[in-house]
Design a protein around this ligand. Sequence first.
Ligand code: NIG
Ligand code: FE
Length: 411
Amino acid sequence: MKRLLTNIGILGGVETQSRLRVQGAEMAEFSVVSDAYLCIEDGRITAFGPMSELSIETENPEEIIDLHGRCVFPSWCDPHTHIVYAGSREGEFVDKIRGLSYEEIARRGGGILNSADLLHTMSEDDLYKQAYCRAEEVMRKGTGCIEIKSGYGLNLHDELKMLRVIRRLRDNLPMRVVSTFLGAHAVGRQYSHEEYVRLIIEEMIPEVGRQQLADYIDVFCDKGFFTPKETAEMLETGAKWGMRPKIHAEELAASGGVRVGVDHNALSVDHLESMDVAGIEVLRGSETMPTVLPGTSFFLNMPWAPARKMIEAGLGIAVASDYNPGSTPSGDMKFVVSLACIKLRLLPEEALNAATLNSAYAMGLSADYGSIAVGKVANFFVTPPIPSLAFIPYAYTTPLIEQVWLRGECV
Ligand code: NIG
Ligand code: FE
């Protein structure tokens, strides 16, 4: 089916030569065409440009959709979420208001372990239904590609259960879903730390690999969780099973996560709220995308990742929601873009690149997603007529996502 969208007020995130990521000063370039058309066929973008250059005879569409000045942007790509979880943890939210820190809650056996207890008793179907609702909500908010992690199972049986739920979401949603094995999120209650690390390396990774349930491997490499040495061993085992690293690094301390990630050719290192300048130097010249999660700093009242410093050092950055029950129960990428501008001091263009092209890169999808380019999958959202790009992060609670198009269909 060939469709032509006409009279687009602003067509944002266009690329004539498509790139896999943008870095440093390029991050401030988010190209637009004003008064534009967009042609899509069989789920892919086939042409775009100014209305003045449109020849309907050449395009010969089966359907013409007049957008009357509405604007079109590439769908958000969210490269770090934990949306498969059971129940909720608003009790800890109140504990934090009363003064407990995220680490104290974890030390008292709460946090991730609370979610693991709830997940253990929930059926696979109910887990799927809860996760499906969250996925559907973020899709309506404009997310077109999403990474989802395991990590609330913390034993072989429940980690596999989570990964099967992620596979079912992938098979049933029009969003593009990628899957990450995060057995090393915390130590399961029935194991000692050492026992659990051996279980991950000797049983969990091989079984996940044999069943091909994960594209990537993650480790919570941080103070109080897993050390860089343990992380290295887990990542090396993951690599043998074809899982490239995307790791949690330097959220709670500058504890060596960036170094171990880059040394193992991680696709991304995520969080970085406690990263120092040494970490920036390690990332320079690497293939690893630093991915920052401003929703987590907001929700936990934690330091903000040094995003501005990274861009000024020539790095590209991505943003993600980190949607999870403990440190940020929201997957609203438009709000993440606003936080990136307001709190990380990114320009609107930089924040939009961080939430589209660079975040597609951070899940290995930027050849096919993350911008409006000929040949890419037709994933985009439509907003009402807006005065400029900057209006998107500026209008920080206005629901601007009016229509969602995925794989060339309005969903
Ligand atoms: O990315 N930092 C580690 N893991 C999650 C939080 C998980 C939870 O608290 O349930 C995060 O913030
Ligand atoms: Fe996370």
